[in-house]
Design a binder for this molecule. Structure first.
Ligand code: OGA
Ligand code: NI
Length: 352
Protein backbone atom coordinates (compact mmCIF):
# COMPACT_ATOMS: atom_id res chain seq x y z
CA UNK A 1 0.00 0.00 0.00
CA UNK A 2 1.36 3.39 -0.96
CA UNK A 3 1.61 5.80 1.98
CA UNK A 4 -0.48 8.94 1.98
CA UNK A 5 0.93 11.16 4.74
CA UNK A 6 4.35 12.61 5.02
CA UNK A 7 5.33 10.64 8.14
CA UNK A 8 4.22 7.46 6.49
CA UNK A 9 6.98 7.80 3.92
CA UNK A 10 9.61 7.34 6.63
CA UNK A 11 7.77 4.28 7.88
CA UNK A 12 7.43 2.93 4.33
CA UNK A 13 11.09 3.54 3.42
CA UNK A 14 12.86 2.87 6.72
CA UNK A 15 10.68 0.39 8.61
CA UNK A 16 9.04 -1.56 5.81
CA UNK A 17 12.20 -1.98 3.74
CA UNK A 18 11.01 -0.17 0.62
CA UNK A 19 13.85 2.31 0.89
CA UNK A 20 13.98 5.41 -1.27
CA UNK A 21 13.81 3.06 -4.25
CA UNK A 22 10.25 2.23 -3.14
CA UNK A 23 9.38 5.91 -2.81
CA UNK A 24 10.95 6.60 -6.19
CA UNK A 25 8.76 3.97 -7.82
CA UNK A 26 5.58 5.62 -6.50
CA UNK A 27 6.24 8.33 -9.08
CA UNK A 28 5.60 11.26 -6.73
CA UNK A 29 5.57 14.76 -8.18
CA UNK A 30 7.21 16.25 -5.09
CA UNK A 31 9.89 15.10 -2.67
CA UNK A 32 8.53 14.08 0.79
CA UNK A 33 9.45 16.80 3.23
CA UNK A 34 11.76 14.75 5.46
CA UNK A 35 14.19 14.52 2.54
CA UNK A 36 14.38 18.28 2.06
CA UNK A 37 17.85 19.36 3.11
CA UNK A 38 18.59 22.79 4.60
CA UNK A 39 19.81 25.21 1.93
CA UNK A 40 23.43 25.05 3.06
CA UNK A 41 23.53 21.27 2.60
CA UNK A 42 22.21 21.24 -0.96
CA UNK A 43 24.70 21.21 -3.79
CA UNK A 44 25.22 24.72 -5.07
CA UNK A 45 26.19 24.41 -8.73
CA UNK A 46 27.73 27.90 -8.69
CA UNK A 47 30.38 26.47 -6.32
CA UNK A 48 31.34 23.66 -8.69
CA UNK A 49 34.56 24.20 -10.66
CA UNK A 50 34.01 22.65 -14.07
CA UNK A 51 37.51 23.30 -15.37
CA UNK A 52 39.31 21.32 -12.68
CA UNK A 53 39.51 17.63 -11.96
CA UNK A 54 41.18 15.23 -9.57
CA UNK A 55 44.26 13.37 -10.92
CA UNK A 56 43.82 10.28 -13.10
CA UNK A 57 46.75 7.91 -12.57
CA UNK A 58 47.72 5.17 -15.02
CA UNK A 59 48.89 2.07 -13.15
CA UNK A 60 49.87 -0.01 -16.17
CA UNK A 61 53.59 0.15 -15.42
CA UNK A 62 54.21 -0.41 -11.74
CA UNK A 63 57.98 -0.46 -12.28
CA UNK A 64 57.85 3.22 -13.14
CA UNK A 65 58.76 5.11 -9.93
CA UNK A 66 56.63 7.96 -11.21
CA UNK A 67 53.47 6.03 -10.39
CA UNK A 68 54.16 5.95 -6.66
CA UNK A 69 55.10 9.65 -6.75
CA UNK A 70 51.85 10.57 -8.46
CA UNK A 71 49.87 8.58 -5.91
CA UNK A 72 51.54 10.16 -2.90
CA UNK A 73 51.21 13.61 -4.46
CA UNK A 74 47.53 13.14 -5.16
CA UNK A 75 46.93 11.85 -1.61
CA UNK A 76 48.61 14.99 -0.23
CA UNK A 77 47.20 17.64 -2.54
CA UNK A 78 43.73 16.31 -3.38
CA UNK A 79 42.96 13.39 -1.06
CA UNK A 80 41.18 11.88 -4.07
CA UNK A 81 42.27 10.42 -7.42
CA UNK A 82 41.19 7.91 -10.02
CA UNK A 83 43.22 4.95 -11.19
CA UNK A 84 43.08 3.30 -14.62
CA UNK A 85 44.78 0.12 -15.88
CA UNK A 86 44.82 -1.11 -12.30
CA UNK A 87 44.51 -4.81 -13.17
CA UNK A 88 41.06 -5.52 -11.73
CA UNK A 89 39.27 -7.23 -14.66
CA UNK A 90 36.45 -5.23 -16.24
CA UNK A 91 34.06 -8.23 -15.93
CA UNK A 92 34.54 -8.22 -12.17
CA UNK A 93 33.57 -4.53 -12.10
CA UNK A 94 30.56 -5.03 -14.38
CA UNK A 95 29.42 -8.09 -12.42
CA UNK A 96 29.41 -6.36 -9.04
CA UNK A 97 27.45 -3.37 -10.42
CA UNK A 98 24.92 -5.76 -11.94
CA UNK A 99 24.71 -7.74 -8.68
CA UNK A 100 24.03 -4.47 -6.85
CA UNK A 101 21.09 -3.77 -9.17
CA UNK A 102 19.84 -7.34 -8.65
CA UNK A 103 19.93 -7.03 -4.88
CA UNK A 104 17.97 -3.75 -4.84
CA UNK A 105 15.53 -5.18 -7.37
CA UNK A 106 14.41 -7.71 -4.73
CA UNK A 107 11.02 -7.10 -3.09
CA UNK A 108 11.04 -5.09 0.15
CA UNK A 109 10.19 -8.11 2.29
CA UNK A 110 13.34 -9.87 1.02
CA UNK A 111 15.58 -6.87 1.67
CA UNK A 112 14.12 -6.15 5.11
CA UNK A 113 15.46 -9.53 6.24
CA UNK A 114 18.86 -7.83 6.30
CA UNK A 115 17.83 -4.69 8.23
CA UNK A 116 19.54 -3.91 11.52
CA UNK A 117 16.59 -5.40 13.44
CA UNK A 118 16.26 -8.58 11.39
CA UNK A 119 19.68 -9.45 10.03
CA UNK A 120 21.03 -12.77 11.33
CA UNK A 121 24.44 -11.10 11.75
CA UNK A 122 25.70 -7.62 12.60
CA UNK A 123 28.08 -7.95 9.65
CA UNK A 124 25.26 -7.60 7.11
CA UNK A 125 23.01 -4.54 7.12
CA UNK A 126 20.48 -3.23 4.63
CA UNK A 127 19.35 0.32 5.22
CA UNK A 128 18.32 3.64 3.78
CA UNK A 129 19.61 7.19 4.26
CA UNK A 130 22.57 7.30 6.73
CA UNK A 131 21.37 7.26 10.35
CA UNK A 132 17.62 8.02 10.07
CA UNK A 133 17.31 8.34 13.87
CA UNK A 134 20.07 10.93 14.15
CA UNK A 135 19.52 12.96 10.99
CA UNK A 136 17.73 16.29 10.70
CA UNK A 137 16.94 15.54 7.07
CA UNK A 138 17.09 12.16 5.37
CA UNK A 139 19.38 11.30 2.46
CA UNK A 140 18.25 9.82 -0.85
CA UNK A 141 20.19 6.54 -0.79
CA UNK A 142 19.64 2.84 -0.04
CA UNK A 143 22.56 0.58 0.85
CA UNK A 144 23.69 -2.89 1.77
CA UNK A 145 26.76 -2.90 4.01
CA UNK A 146 28.87 -6.05 4.24
CA UNK A 147 31.67 -6.43 6.76
CA UNK A 148 34.13 -9.09 5.62
CA UNK A 149 35.24 -11.67 8.15
CA UNK A 150 35.96 -14.78 6.10
CA UNK A 151 34.89 -16.45 2.86
CA UNK A 152 32.96 -18.95 4.87
CA UNK A 153 31.01 -16.34 6.83
CA UNK A 154 30.32 -14.31 3.69
CA UNK A 155 28.99 -17.25 1.75
CA UNK A 156 26.74 -18.23 4.67
CA UNK A 157 25.29 -14.81 5.52
CA UNK A 158 25.66 -12.39 2.62
CA UNK A 159 22.59 -12.16 0.33
CA UNK A 160 22.66 -14.69 -2.50
CA UNK A 161 21.81 -11.98 -5.06
CA UNK A 162 25.23 -10.36 -4.70
CA UNK A 163 27.60 -12.34 -2.46
CA UNK A 164 29.78 -14.03 -5.09
CA UNK A 165 30.25 -10.84 -7.07
CA UNK A 166 31.03 -8.78 -3.95
CA UNK A 167 33.58 -11.33 -2.70
CA UNK A 168 35.18 -11.51 -6.14
CA UNK A 169 35.48 -7.70 -6.34
CA UNK A 170 37.20 -7.67 -2.93
CA UNK A 171 39.58 -10.50 -3.85
CA UNK A 172 40.56 -9.09 -7.23
CA UNK A 173 41.18 -5.66 -5.69
CA UNK A 174 43.45 -6.90 -2.94
CA UNK A 175 46.70 -6.60 -4.91
CA UNK A 176 46.21 -3.03 -6.09
CA UNK A 177 44.98 -1.90 -2.66
CA UNK A 178 48.14 -3.26 -1.04
CA UNK A 179 50.28 -1.69 -3.74
CA UNK A 180 48.69 1.72 -3.20
CA UNK A 181 49.19 1.55 0.57
CA UNK A 182 52.76 0.41 0.10
CA UNK A 183 53.47 3.37 -2.17
CA UNK A 184 51.91 5.75 0.35
CA UNK A 185 53.92 4.23 3.21
CA UNK A 186 57.17 4.42 1.27
CA UNK A 187 56.79 8.17 0.92
CA UNK A 188 56.39 8.39 4.69
CA UNK A 189 59.57 6.32 5.17
CA UNK A 190 57.42 3.66 6.80
CA UNK A 191 58.09 0.95 4.29
CA UNK A 192 57.86 -2.16 6.39
CA UNK A 193 54.59 -3.20 4.82
CA UNK A 194 54.59 -6.71 6.26
CA UNK A 195 54.30 -5.34 9.74
CA UNK A 196 52.03 -2.43 8.73
CA UNK A 197 49.48 -4.34 6.63
CA UNK A 198 47.23 -5.51 9.51
CA UNK A 199 46.92 -1.95 10.84
CA UNK A 200 46.34 -0.38 7.43
CA UNK A 201 44.15 -3.01 5.82
CA UNK A 202 43.27 -5.48 8.56
CA UNK A 203 39.52 -5.21 7.99
CA UNK A 204 37.28 -4.48 5.03
CA UNK A 205 33.74 -3.40 4.48
CA UNK A 206 32.03 -3.37 1.09
CA UNK A 207 28.92 -1.28 0.54
CA UNK A 208 26.48 -1.62 -2.33
CA UNK A 209 24.86 1.79 -2.80
CA UNK A 210 21.68 2.49 -4.73
CA UNK A 211 20.60 6.05 -5.58
CA UNK A 212 17.20 5.89 -7.29
CA UNK A 213 15.63 8.58 -9.48
CA UNK A 214 14.55 11.43 -7.26
CA UNK A 215 11.71 13.96 -7.61
CA UNK A 216 13.22 17.42 -6.93
CA UNK A 217 16.87 16.23 -6.78
CA UNK A 218 18.05 19.80 -6.19
CA UNK A 219 16.33 19.86 -2.77
CA UNK A 220 18.14 16.86 -1.30
CA UNK A 221 21.39 14.85 -1.48
CA UNK A 222 22.32 11.22 -2.10
CA UNK A 223 25.00 11.41 0.60
CA UNK A 224 25.69 14.50 2.70
CA UNK A 225 29.11 16.10 3.27
CA UNK A 226 31.44 13.70 5.04
CA UNK A 227 34.89 12.23 5.02
CA UNK A 228 35.36 8.46 5.24
CA UNK A 229 36.65 6.84 8.43
CA UNK A 230 38.68 4.30 6.42
CA UNK A 231 42.40 4.10 5.75
CA UNK A 232 41.64 4.16 2.03
CA UNK A 233 38.39 3.90 0.09
CA UNK A 234 38.35 2.01 -3.22
CA UNK A 235 35.18 3.07 -5.04
CA UNK A 236 33.58 1.75 -8.18
CA UNK A 237 30.93 4.00 -9.70
CA UNK A 238 28.73 3.47 -12.74
CA UNK A 239 28.45 5.91 -15.67
CA UNK A 240 25.88 8.30 -14.15
CA UNK A 241 28.07 10.64 -12.08
CA UNK A 242 27.16 12.80 -9.11
CA UNK A 243 30.12 12.45 -6.73
CA UNK A 244 31.56 15.83 -5.68
CA UNK A 245 34.80 16.38 -3.80
CA UNK A 246 35.81 19.51 -1.92
CA UNK A 247 38.80 21.29 -3.37
CA UNK A 248 41.12 21.46 -0.42
CA UNK A 249 41.07 24.63 1.64
CA UNK A 250 38.36 26.26 -0.49
CA UNK A 251 34.58 26.31 -0.53
CA UNK A 252 34.60 24.97 -4.09
CA UNK A 253 33.66 21.47 -5.24
CA UNK A 254 34.87 19.29 -8.09
CA UNK A 255 32.86 16.63 -9.87
CA UNK A 256 34.41 13.16 -10.24
CA UNK A 257 33.55 12.22 -13.81
CA UNK A 258 32.82 8.54 -14.46
CA UNK A 259 35.61 6.96 -16.49
CA UNK A 260 34.84 3.50 -17.79
CA UNK A 261 36.98 0.88 -16.01
CA UNK A 262 38.41 3.33 -13.47
CA UNK A 263 38.35 3.18 -9.68
CA UNK A 264 38.11 6.25 -7.46
CA UNK A 265 40.53 6.23 -4.53
CA UNK A 266 40.32 8.46 -1.50
CA UNK A 267 42.26 8.86 1.71
CA UNK A 268 40.16 8.26 4.83
CA UNK A 269 40.45 9.71 8.33
CA UNK A 270 42.49 6.75 9.65
CA UNK A 271 45.25 7.46 7.10
CA UNK A 272 45.12 11.20 7.73
CA UNK A 273 45.67 10.42 11.42
CA UNK A 274 48.42 7.83 10.85
CA UNK A 275 50.27 10.13 8.44
CA UNK A 276 49.93 12.98 10.98
CA UNK A 277 48.02 15.07 8.45
CA UNK A 278 50.30 14.59 5.43
CA UNK A 279 47.67 12.64 3.49
CA UNK A 280 44.26 14.33 3.47
CA UNK A 281 40.87 12.80 4.06
CA UNK A 282 38.75 15.15 2.03
CA UNK A 283 35.07 15.98 2.29
CA UNK A 284 32.78 14.63 -0.40
CA UNK A 285 29.06 14.23 -1.12
CA UNK A 286 26.74 12.73 -3.71
CA UNK A 287 23.99 14.56 -5.59
CA UNK A 288 20.57 13.05 -6.13
CA UNK A 289 19.57 12.54 -9.76
CA UNK A 290 16.23 13.35 -11.39
CA UNK A 291 16.51 11.09 -14.41
CA UNK A 292 18.76 8.08 -13.69
CA UNK A 293 19.25 5.41 -11.07
CA UNK A 294 22.88 5.21 -9.94
CA UNK A 295 24.90 2.49 -8.20
CA UNK A 296 28.31 2.66 -6.55
CA UNK A 297 30.37 0.05 -4.73
CA UNK A 298 32.98 1.31 -2.25
CA UNK A 299 35.39 -1.01 -0.48
CA UNK A 300 36.37 0.63 2.80
CA UNK A 301 39.85 -0.58 3.69
CA UNK A 302 40.17 -0.15 7.44
CA UNK A 303 42.27 -0.87 10.52
CA UNK A 304 40.84 -3.66 12.67
CA UNK A 305 38.28 -2.52 15.25
CA UNK A 306 40.65 -3.45 18.10
CA UNK A 307 43.60 -1.47 16.67
CA UNK A 308 44.89 1.66 18.31
CA UNK A 309 45.54 4.28 15.65
CA UNK A 310 47.65 7.41 15.90
CA UNK A 311 50.49 9.13 14.02
CA UNK A 312 53.00 6.47 12.95
CA UNK A 313 56.35 6.51 14.82
CA UNK A 314 58.18 6.77 11.46
CA UNK A 315 56.38 10.03 10.73
CA UNK A 316 57.25 11.56 14.10
CA UNK A 317 60.87 10.36 14.04
CA UNK A 318 62.13 13.69 12.73
CA UNK A 319 60.71 15.55 15.73
CA UNK A 320 57.42 16.49 14.09
CA UNK A 321 54.72 17.30 16.65
CA UNK A 322 51.80 14.85 16.80
CA UNK A 323 48.51 16.44 15.71
CA UNK A 324 46.41 13.46 16.77
CA UNK A 325 46.24 11.24 19.80
CA UNK A 326 46.11 7.46 19.96
CA UNK A 327 42.50 6.25 19.71
CA UNK A 328 40.85 2.86 19.63
CA UNK A 329 39.63 2.47 16.06
CA UNK A 330 36.24 1.04 17.07
CA UNK A 331 35.67 4.14 19.28
CA UNK A 332 36.46 6.36 16.31
CA UNK A 333 33.99 4.50 14.09
CA UNK A 334 31.30 4.56 16.79
CA UNK A 335 31.71 8.32 17.03
CA UNK A 336 31.17 8.61 13.26
CA UNK A 337 27.96 6.57 13.41
CA UNK A 338 26.53 8.46 16.39
CA UNK A 339 25.67 11.55 14.37
CA UNK A 340 24.45 12.61 10.95
CA UNK A 341 26.95 13.55 8.24
CA UNK A 342 28.76 16.71 9.34
CA UNK A 343 31.64 17.28 6.97
CA UNK A 344 35.09 17.02 8.55
CA UNK A 345 33.98 17.08 12.18
CA UNK A 346 34.56 13.41 12.98
CA UNK A 347 38.32 13.86 13.08
CA UNK A 348 38.09 16.34 15.96
CA UNK A 349 37.58 13.22 18.07
CA UNK A 350 41.26 12.38 17.57
CA UNK A 351 42.75 15.90 17.59
CA UNK A 352 45.15 16.85 20.35
C1 OGA B 1 30.51 6.68 0.67
C2 OGA B 1 30.59 7.61 -0.49
C3 OGA B 1 30.28 7.96 -2.85
C4 OGA B 1 29.50 7.43 -4.00
O1 OGA B 1 29.79 5.66 0.55
O2 OGA B 1 31.17 6.96 1.69
O3 OGA B 1 31.13 8.67 -0.33
O4 OGA B 1 29.81 7.84 -5.12
N1 OGA B 1 30.08 7.22 -1.66
O5 OGA B 1 28.60 6.64 -3.79
NI1 NI C 1 32.41 8.59 1.40
Amino acid sequence: MAPSFSDDYTHFAVKKGHGVKGISELGLKALPKQYIQPLEERIDMTKVLDKESIPVIDMSNLDDPNVADQIANAAEKWGFFQIVNHGVPIEVLEDVKEATRSFFQLPADEKIKFSQENSPTKHVRFGTSFIPKAEKALEWKDYLSLFYVSDEESSTFWPAACKNEAIEFMKKSEFVIKWLLQALMQKLNAENMDSKAPLLMGSKRINLNYYPICPNPELTVGVGRHSDVSTLTFLLQDNIGGLYVRKMETDAWIHVPPISGSIVINVGDALQIMSNGKYKSVEHRVAANGSNNRVSVPIFVNPRPEDIIGPLPEVLRNGEKAMYKQVLYSDYVKHFFRKGHDGKETIDFAKI
